[in-house]
Design a protein around this ligand. Structure first.
Ligand SMILES: [Zn+2]
Length: 177
């Protein structure tokens, strides 16, 4: 997919509203199929023409931003389900280089947890799909503070993505603890 750096923090409200009406929400572990425009690369897209100028947003990038509160920026949103129309953020992860990531997946080196508690609205134990609880959050922060460990290593220890670890350590999530 083309790399788009358009900042998502300034997405017009009308685009966000359209996002929510353009896919079918299924079970948390299933693909949420985009039902609107698909671009030439096979990804869901929202196009908005304003004052004669057309802008486009990739649906899966919006999904990642909405689901995790993190703008992918220069990174790519990749689908672990290999379904480019899918906007279930539980199926999305960020990659720096699509070929590399695909290579890792092919070789079985890329380990993705089946569920990620990282959600903008997640407050840990209140969320049914949460893999971590207040104790693990404290333990993750303790191990990180102790040093000599990467986010990825912590993710492997706790069975969550490095982005989950990042959000916990940086207090993007679990701020209440
Ligand atoms: Zn999917």
């Amino acid at each position: 997919m083309p790399v788009e750096h358009k900042p998502l923090t300034s997405v017009p409200a009308v685009v966000l509203a359209r996002f929510w009406s353009h896919f079918i929400i299924a079970a948390p572990n299933e693909c949420w199929e985009w039902t609107s425009h698909i671009n030439t690369n096979g990804y869901g897209q929202i196009r908005l023409t304003h004052q004669g100028k057309t802008e486009a947003w990739i649906a899966s990038r919006l999904a990642y931003y909405i689901g995790y509160g993190i703008d992918p920026g220069p990174l790519m949103t990749c689908h672990k389900c290999d379904n480019r129309r899918c906007v279930n953020w539980n199926h999305l992860f960020l990659g720096t280089n699509s070929d590399n990531v695909q290579d890792c997946i092919r070789k079985g080196r890329y380990k993705q947890p089946t569920k990620c508690p990282l959600s903008k609205h997640a407050r840990g134990e209140q969320v049914g799909t949460s893999l971590v609880n207040a104790d693990t959050v404290r333990e993750i922060r303790r191990r990180h503070a102790a040093g000599n460990i990467t986010f990825r290593q912590l993710g492997e220890q706790f069975g969550v993505t490095l982005h989950c670890i990042w959000s916990i350590v940086k207090r993007v999530n679990w701020r209440h603890i």
